[in-house]
Design a protein around this ligand. Structure first.
Ligand SMILES: Nc1nc2c(c(=O)[nH]1)N[C@H]1C(S)=C(S)[C@@H](COP(=O)(O)O)O[C@H]1N2
Ligand SMILES: [Mo]
Length: 310
């Protein structure tokens, strides 16, 4: 069985996405192992999600092509270049996979990923994603409101923050063998941010399960915050009293605050945040406060100095 990587790459470039997917499924049916082993980054082992309901929270802006969403990534566990995760994450084993929901809760629970996929109705949420580096995309995520899961575990009165932890497995994650970041990758939200209906756990994109480079099998998406808040490949969700440390906050506290709300008025110490480049567009556009989600989330920060709490 010989399928040349170049041929499939070419097909992906010139074929409308739907046809490309069908052809890829056909190829995969014929040689599941061969295709996923030979074509890293292109024929990643995703499967179609069914029973997806649409969401009133979606933007109608033009979606970023699947190819850009899945080949232009930040996932430092698999390398620091944008193309590294698509190349290096294909071997990540996402089954079996459990997510421990623990800490200040009445009903801690270790979720099996397949049980989690069945437990909550999966919605499509087309969200803008703004990276702190100055680019943005529009991504159709499949996922469910994190609040649904939080209600099940019943946080106690001392739960004020939620900490999210990515898998720590240097054998599978080559980036963890160097110290670009303090592993494992962690992120955090205030409990009310975590409960906000816009905050989702994503299990897929473009109707398929998540490609590994996008954080399979489950990742956080918080659309009004810079992209680094959305921890990938989550193994633990912990409810705590104190504000948790975050991976980027530990690496550079003066550059990456806990809140990390998209805010064109607060520059990153080394560059302006006033504008952004939508991937695929030539001219930069103005960055919107809270990434355009202000109407829904501004009330969470009433009375806070967002220059101090950046
Ligand atoms: N574990 C982990 N999660 C991570 C990152 C990372 O390096 N490691 N990068 C973050 C950054 S900076 C961004 S912009 C988004 C990118 O998500 P995407 O590749 O799906 O677009 O993932 C975030 N989640
Ligand atoms: Mo980012």
């Amino acid at each position: 069985m010989l399928i040349k990587k170049a041929d499939v790459l070419k097909a992906a470039e010139i074929t409308p996405y739907e046809i490309y997917l069908k052809r890829r499924d056909f190829l995969r049916a014929g040689s599941a192992l061969a295709v996923s082993a030979l074509l890293p980054g292109v024929a990643e082992a995703t499967t179609r999600l069914s029973g997806i309901v649409s969401s009133p929270y979606s933007t109608s802006e033009e979606k970023t092509p699947y190819k850009d969403v899945t080949t232009y990534n930040n996932y430092y566990e698999f390398g620091t270049d944008k193309s590294d995760p698509a190349e290096n994450a294909q071997g990540l084993r996402t089954r079996p996979w459990t997510i421990s929901v623990e800490g200040a809760v009445k009903r801690p629970k270790i979720w099996d990923i397949d049980a989690l996929l069945k437990a909550f109705p999966i919605e499509e949420r087309i969200y803008r994603l703004r990276c702190v580096e100055g680019w943005s995309m529009v991504i159709p995520w499949e996922g469910f409101a994190l609040a649904n899961l939080i209600r099940q575990v019943e946080p106690t009165g001392s739960a004020r923050y939620v900490e999210f932890t990515t898998l720590h497995d240097p054998a599978q994650m080559p980036g963890q063998r160097s110290s670009v970041l303090n592993w494992p990758y962690t992120e955090g939200l205030r409990l009310d941010e975590a409960m906000h209906p816009l905050t989702i756990l994503a299990v897929g994109l473009y109707g398929q399960t998540l490609p590994n480079q996008n954080g399979a099998p489950v990742r956080l998406v918080v659309p009004w915050k810079y992209g680094f808040k959305s921890a990938k490949s989550i193994v633990r969700i912990r409810f705590v009293e104190q504000q948790p440390k975050t991976a980027w906050g530990r690496a550079a506290p003066s550059e990456y605050g806990f809140y990390s709300n998209v805010n064109p008025q607060v520059d990153h110490p080394r560059w302006s945040q006033a504008r952004e480049r939508r991937i695929g567009e030539f001219f930069k556009r103005k960055t919107e406060m809270f990434n355009g989600y202000g109407e829904q989330v501004a009330r969470l920060y009433q009375g806070m100095d967002l220059r101090k709490n950046f």
